[in-house]
Design a protein around this ligand. Structure first.
Ligand code: SF4
Ligand code: SF4
Length: 358
């Protein structure tokens, strides 16, 4: 091999992000002293070089058309030296070096894009969500539609910072939940084992679909002279993982699928560390196009959290302090046999594990 031979330019994979940083971000890379919020949706990074970089965060609906994206790029060309950032929560961040450019930029975002500015600090952040009917092969509901309905409902909460701490929300359109661990999550639930199509199943690789079941509920079978599978219904927990592997195992059901709400998850290491979400309420109708029952349930949680949490407490930390009994009393949700009470002082009173059912 000739060591001096130049490598061919890379034409695949993720490009080097450093080529796309705002020039002020590039100049001060690794030298930021601190950052702080200035007003909802706007924060500043201050470098030890003395430079400041102001970021304006606008909430996008995630699914963007090409003409709308062109308008976004025009604003970035006009104000931000042709640079912008997309966050994992589908916000678009515009960065400017001069404080006096902030208001004209916000005005332009409102006038041209009609996007709200907010989603920082102690606000209701833009919702991280999964693909929904538009893209994925599994959805029992449309995560993007639920998000649109919720963000319309909580527009004021997005543009103001009135909560004790940030509120991060996710939605997932199947039980596999690629939405993630958040303060409040809206997840689809199935309520029965998958129906098997013994004719089309021969297009799938049976060993794969058998091995993907997390509780070993699927086993080989023969029906009508064909190789197929059977599902042991007592073992199945209706997760839908088999449907992802083989469409002939149909878990989705428009008549019985419902939505559930989970609370108390977070990824941050702050204070108590990362935590998993837990079930708050379930059996909410999968009710497009506005999912009003979901909006009502989320509002109940937000109201109780706003009224009862201490400053800086995330939703899970607030529940950890007051206990699940008080959480259910204040939100009005029913504590059912499907709930697990992990509150440390509740060992003799509630369901404390998946094996104990009162
Ligand atoms: S949550 Fe499930 S259905 Fe929705 S995009 Fe993720 S894997 Fe697909
Ligand atoms: S739904 Fe989940 S638990 Fe039930 S058979 Fe499929 S993979 Fe197994």
């Amino acid at each position: 091999m000739n060591a001096k031979k130049p490598l061919a330019p890379r034409d695949n994979g993720a490009p080097d992000y450093k080529n796309y940083l705002h020039p002020a971000m590039e100049r001060n890379y690794g030298r930021w002293k601190y950052h702080r919020g200035i007003r909802p949706g706007v924060f500043v990074h201050v470098s030890d070089s003395g430079e400041s970089l102001y970021t304006v965060r606008a909430g996008s609906p995630r699914m963007l058309s090409a003409p709308l994206l062109r308008r976004v790029c025009d604003i970035a060309d006009k104000f931000c030296q042709g640079r912008l950032r997309f966050t994992s929560r589908n916000n678009i961040e515009f960065q400017v070096e001069k404080e006096e450019d902030i208001q004209p930029l916000i005005d332009e975002i409102g006038r041209v894009l009609r996007f709200p500015v907010g989603g920082t600090g102690r606000s209701f952040h833009n919702i991280i969500h999964t693909q929904g009917w538009l893209h994925c092969n599994l959805p029992g509901t449309d995560a993007a539609g639920v998000v649109k309905s919720l963000m319309d409902l909580f527009y004021e909460e997005f543009t103001h910072e009135n909560f004790p701490q940030r509120v991060k929300v996710s939605t997932s359109c199947c039980t596999i939940n690629c939405g993630g661990q958040t303060d409040i999550a809206v997840n689809l639930q199935h309520h029965h084992p998958p129906a098997i199509d013994h004719v089309t199943i021969n297009r799938c690789e049976l060993p794969k679909v058998i091995s993907i079941c997390p509780v070993l509920a699927i086993r080989p079978d023969r029906t009508g002279g064909r190789d197929t599978v059977e599902v042991v219904e007592e073992k199945c927990m209706y997760c839908g993982a088999c449907h992802a592997q083989c469409p002939a195992l149909e878990i989705r059901d428009g008549d019985t699928d419902t939505l559930s709400i989970w609370v108390g998850g977070k990824s941050a290491s702050t204070r108590g560390g990362p935590s998993f979400m837990r079930l708050a309420t379930w059996g909410l109708p999968n009710n497009p196009p506005r999912w009003p029952e979901v909006g009502d349930a989320v509002r109940r949680i937000l109201k109780a959290y706003q009224a009862g949490a201490n400053e800086y407490e995330r939703v899970g930390e607030w529940i950890g302090r007051i206990g699940w009994k008080n959480f259910f009393a204040e939100t009005g949700f029913e504590f059912t046999k499907y709930h697990i009470d992990s509150y440390r002082w509740a060992r003799t009173t509630f369901n404390t594990s998946a094996h104990v059912r009162l």
